[in-house]
Design a protein. Structure first.
Length: 88
């Protein structure tokens, strides 16, 4: 997963601020959202991210995996993700 080039993120305390410089989309994510986003941007799969988050946040795997997929959908709906192409 990759954010579009016009997206800026900034850590502020335990939150992560996400700002789309072109589309004026701004939101913040809490500590668990920050963990999820950073994991996905580091090329962990949603399943790998859920497994790691399960231990860190003491949440069930199924619950966090559902949250991860919802979060990804939110990023897509806000047009914050760049389409990644697979090399041929």
């Amino acid at each position: 997963m990759k954010l579009k080039n016009n997206i800026v993120t900034q850590n502020i305390g335990n939150e992560l601020i996400v700002l789309d410089l072109d589309g004026n989309v701004y939101f913040s994510v809490n500590e668990s959202g920050r963990f999820i986003l950073e994991s996905l941007l580091n090329h962990l799969s949603p399943e790998q991210t859920a497994k790691a988050a399960e231990t860190v946040f003491q949440v069930s795997y199924d619950e966090i995996l559902n949250d991860i997929y919802s979060f990804i959908e939110t990023l897509k709906n806000e047009h914050l993700l760049e389409e990644e192409t697979n090399p041929s």
